[in-house]
Design a binder for this molecule. Structure first.
Ligand SMILES: Cc1cc2nc3c(=O)[nH]c(=O)nc-3n(C[C@H](O)[C@H](O)[C@H](O)COP(=O)(O)O)c2cc1C
Length: 250
């Protein structure tokens, strides 16, 4: 999907958990399935779209009562490698594509019936289910439970996480990238990522507080690229991932 559209979706997206009793439009479903096929081809992941999403949330066993009328889920399946950068990056591409299509969403790493999803997806030997993305149409107003979740998830940490080093002469594109990283969804809203700009090079890493198995870092990398208006590749070097922008800035 057009990266400019994905970038503007960053600033409109919020996690939503209570949806209307209304299935996804045929067009939204078709575009999302097309995006999943394209992303699987480029990444080697095995992401799958499952209709009738409520079945993965509704039973009260485990007390998972906080999702309502989930219409479909995107199951993030792939190699068991950690940190889970590719599932994070690609899953967030789908979250933002859904936002462009007017579909609301929420990343869900824990509060769903994992076994039921596993029974429905195709898992090749060695593949793992990393998380799901719940989809539906939320109303303009937050439900009571959503309001409580927001209060819980967005409780002010004693100190807001510092997401990057401040050095003199940091380019504007880096700051725009970091602004978009500040808007990322994140497990327990920890945003346990840290970016640096040194000697003309951007690097990203997870910090100790990560509760996402590395999904957050993949999400942050995509937000950085979109915010900065850059596209490129990330190469692992020790604990860091160095960013190599390619020339197709947008
Ligand atoms: C990897 C990951 C896992 C998450 N797992 C859950 C979850 O299990 N249950 C849930 O209600 N929200 C979950 N969330 C949503 C976060 O709570 C939410 O992104 C965060 O509070 C920030 O809010 P925002 O997305 O509206 O910016 C998860 C988010 C991410 C990125």
């Amino acid at each position: 999907m057009d990266r400019r559209k994905l970038r503007s979706a960053i600033y409109r997206r919020h996690s939503r958990r209570a949806f209307a009793d209304k299935p996804l439009s045929a067009r939204a479903e078709q575009v999302l399935k097309g995006e999943i096929a394209r992303i699987n081809k480029k990444s080697g992941l095995h992401i799958q779209y499952l209709a009738q999403g409520s079945r993965f949330f509704n039973r009260l066993a485990g007390g998972y009562g906080m999702f309502k009328n989930v219409q479909a889920v995107i199951a993030l399946v792939g190699p068991p490698d950690t940190p889970r950068i590719a599932p994070g990056y690609c899953g967030e591409e789908l979250v933002l594509a859904a936002t462009v299509l007017g579909v609301d969403s929420c990343w869900v790493g824990a509060t769903y019936h994992k076994k039921d999803v596993k029974d429905c997806v195709k898992l090749a030997p060695g593949e793992a289910l990393c998380a799901v993305i719940a989809l539906g149409y939320a109303g303009p107003k937050r439900s009571l439970v959503e309001g409580l979740m927001l209060k819980f998830a967005h409780r002010k940490p004693k100190k807001l996480p510092k997401l990057f080093n401040e050095v003199q002469g940091t380019p504007k594109s880096f700051m725009r990238g970091m602004e978009a990283v500040g808007r990322m969804p994140s497990a327990l809203n920890r945003k346990a990522v840290y970016f640096t700009f040194e000697r003309g090079r951007v690097a990203a890493a997870l910090t100790g507080g990560d509760k996402s198995g590395g999904l957050d870092l993949g999400i942050a990398m995509l937000h950085f690229e979109l915010g900065a208006g850059l596209a490129g590749r990330w190469e692992k070097q020790g604990e860091h991932y160095l960013f190599y922008p390619e020339l197709n800035n947008f």
